[in-house]
Design a protein around this ligand. Sequence first.
Ligand SMILES: Cc1cc2nc3c(=O)[nH]c(=O)nc-3n(C[C@H](O)[C@H](O)[C@H](O)COP(=O)(O)OP(=O)(O)OC[C@H]3O[C@@H](n4cnc5c(N)ncnc54)[C@H](O)[C@@H]3O)c2cc1C
Length: 415
Amino acid sequence: MNSEYKHIVIIGAGFAGLFAAKKLSGRNVRVTIIDRNNYHTFNPLLYQVGAAEIEPDQIAYPVRTFIRKKANIDFLMANVEKINFKKDTVVTDRGDIKYDFLIFSPGSSSGYFGIKGAENNSTTLKSLDDALRLRNHILRMFERASKCDDPSERDKCLTFVIVGGGPTGVEFAGAFAEFVNGPLRKDYPHIDSHEVRICLVDAAGQLLGAYSPKSAEYAKRKLEKMNVAVSLNRTVKEVKPGEIILGDGERLKSHTILWTAGVSGVAIKSDIKIADRKDARVTVDEYLRPGGCDNVFICGDMAYLEQSGKPLPMNAPVATQQGIHSAINILRLINGKTLKPFRYGDRGSMVTIGRNSAITKAAGFEFRGFIAWVLWLFIHIFYLIGFRNKILVMISWFRDYLFFERSGKMIIPSE
Ligand SMILES: Cc1cc2nc3c(=O)[nH]c(=O)nc-3n(C[C@H](O)[C@H](O)[C@H](O)COP(=O)(O)OP(=O)(O)OC[C@H]3O[C@@H](n4cnc5c(N)ncnc54)[C@H](O)[C@@H]3O)c2cc1C
């Protein structure tokens, strides 16, 4: 690599980071991608790993394979600990890295709204590790319950509480209910599927706040048909080990409390305080830069930007478009051109609620049902990175659809 070229450091090999790198491939710049994992994760299918529908490696892609033929791009597997914006340096657990331009796209973490005990006593679904841990935990709960004679302990093992009725909560609840009603029912004949309680709790008056009340009602109806108890207008007051206390005083005893209710930025130390919002995200200008740092671009979930009076959603298309846009703007700056403002091109969103049911929203319209579900399948396969992953996920889905069977029922690793 030509050391005369400007050095662009990308923090995070997620949607924003990877697509920024792709845009910079073959250009007269040096690029270093830094990520704590040596793979990219396709987050939209994380819930399926948690529900044992697909294997973890089917939604991950090695960064080094991605950059194999991209000679100007390097990778550093490291944890970013601090950014010294004044010295243009990223501090990692594997040393300091100088940059000329920085693309900062570390994604997001769970938000707990200051609810007592929520962070320490619940599990979350933000990474491949989380998804695998959740799957292992669910299987352990079934193993434990199958040999448990104490009714209250058995009940705690077989009660699963999901907090948050957004897309992640709804999609996981649907996939998990199908897991319980199909493969687990066959594998654990001594556990009556009616003993298993899946509770989905949300503080709002409807599920899926970004969709219409009609679609929300459709999702609720579908989940209830699968034996998911949907509790709306219910706040969470406190989470204790093995127990969740709701705002009205009701206590649900459970060894599994999955938290999908809130999202916030990733807290990384820096010499200039750029995270100006309560949720630890950073307000950026129309060029995706934080105030006071002209060579820094913030993309994806970490960036807060309003367009047409509304905040942009925290989703994969926004992150992808912002990553590409930042790369283009950095190349323009290097070539002495002016920056172009970012405009998000909304191509819609979708959510699935178990087999044959999904909601698709595009161009102001929403449609529900089988066609929306088929569209959901094709779009997710299309965007999944890696030919092998596409094939293996399709095989897993096909097997599940035809035989009501799941592939990921082993507790691995058995820590
Ligand atoms: C369960 C789930 C389901 C989702 N479903 C959908 C969906 O159906 N459709 C949709 O459009 N969006 C969905 N999203 C949202 C979407 O995944 C995010 O909006 C998108 O991934 C954001 O891209 P990003 O590049 O900002 O961050 P990410 O893709 O999250 O990537 C961030 C990267 O930064 C790395 N990183 C973070 N901190 C550090 C550090 N300190 N040091 C080194 N590396 C670090 C991480 O390892 C990660 O690889 C979902 C998210 C989740 C969690």
